[in-house]
Design a protein around this ligand. Structure first.
Ligand code: FSX
Length: 349
């Protein structure tokens, strides 16, 4: 196995870009800034692990998220961080040659490779709704899991079933963690996930040689520890009870909170508000649209994308932390009293 440092040198990534990546990673993982050089050192010496990437029921958005970025970017470094031995969208080989590459990688790196999976797994009717080379996705997943050191579920489909699992779920789509019980599973949800978060999870594994601390949904706390609402730049407007009522009213033009237009930021755990998208350019809320909650379980079936959250609708006890529930109640109350004040002013004026 070559080291990451060798691979970076061979592919022409300069030290400055690498250090920039390590600094970004340090802040992404909420580590003290002083740790960046140590992370750079550890990463440069790290052996590039073999990665086998299996794509099941998905739209290829996760791979698009990873690769559709202007070059050179931090996201591109993923291809240097690991030895990507199988990924049927990105590899040149196809058909039997591709399958032979998968078998060879599983044999050569038995017990050591990382298995990345995007897409959910169809389990109904013996798994016939997803096959390649005559084998069902269920079987292909089990073969891959057997020799893997850990399994990373990329995207909401692999993490929670995603859109393929939406009602009535005709294929019996399941999440990776429903089927894999004997290996560590890391969920990296999002439809699709943020490229830097995918890279960050792998870099964390390489730097520290172990999987990151996970929450109860198996998501790395470093990247999914806060809700979008916790870190949203529109949060001060929420706290003041200033809400856009339509997408083109004065509140919308002033950048007020999108809560009443259905934003799911208060119950959605992801790093969009801090890391943003497209090399840190923006994220949906900054573009004037509420969060759809795509990185949470069953986001599609929950729907109500343009209806304001209510504590009951979202199952207060199960989904909402107490703080978020109190926050929503406070926000709703602030909005109500804000409206009443406004009506009073208008009446008197
Ligand atoms: Fe699912 Fe990803 Fe959404 Fe698409 O691979 S998380 S439908 S962006 O492609 O799996």
């Amino acid at each position: 196995m070559t080291t990451l440092g060798d691979a970076l040198q061979a592919s022409g990534v300069n030290r400055r870009a690498f250090l920039k990546f390590c600094s970004a990673l340090t802040s992404l993982m909420a580590l003290p800034p002083g740790m960046a050089p140590a992370i750079a050192q550890a990463l440069a010496k790290a052996k590039r692990p073999s990665v086998i990437w299996l794509s099941f029921q998905e739209c290829t958005g996760c791979t698009e998220s990873l690769t559709r970025s202007s070059s050179p970017t931090l996201e591109n470094l993923i291809l240097d961080l690991v030895s990507l031995d199988y990924h049927h969208t990105l590899m040149a080989a196809s058909g039997t040659a591709a399958e032979a590459a998968r078998a060879a990688a599983m044999k050569e790196w038995d017990g050591k490779y990382l298995l990345l999976v995007d897409g959910s797994i169809p389990t109904s009717d013996g798994g016939i709704y997803g096959t390649w080379g005559g084998e069902s996705f269920v079987d292909i997943l089990q073969q891959g899991v057997k020799g893997a050191a850990a399994v990373v579920a990329i995207g909401s489909c692999a993490s929670f079933g995603g859109i393929p699992k939406a009602n009535p779920n005709p294929t019996g789509a399941r999440a990776v963690s429903d089927l894999v019980k004997d290996k560590p599973v890391i969920n990296v949800p999002g439809c699709p996930p943020i490229a830097v978060v995918m890279t960050g999870v792998l870099a964390h594994y390489l730097t520290f040689g172990k999987i990151p601390e996970l929450d109860e949904q198996l998501r790395p706390r470093a990247f999914y520890g806060d809700t979008i609402h916790d870190r949203c730049y529109r949060r001060p407007f929420y706290d003041q009870g200033k809400f856009a009522k339509t997408f083109d009213d004065e509140g919308a033009r002033n950048g007020w909170c999108l809560y009443e237009l259905g934003c799911k930021g208060p119950i959605t755990h992801n790093a969009c508000a801090t890391v943003k998208w497209n090399a840190g350019t923006s994220f949906p809320i900054q573009s004037g649209h509420g969060c759809l909650g795509c990185s949470e379980p069953d986001f599609w079936d929950k729907g109500s994308f343009y209806k304001a959250l209510s504590t009951t609708e979202w199952g207060n006890a199960k989904t909402l932390g107490a703080a978020a529930a109190v926050g929503i109640a406070a926000g709703a109350a602030a909005a109500y009293f804000g409206r009443k004040r406004q009506e009073k002013v208008e009446k008197e004026g």
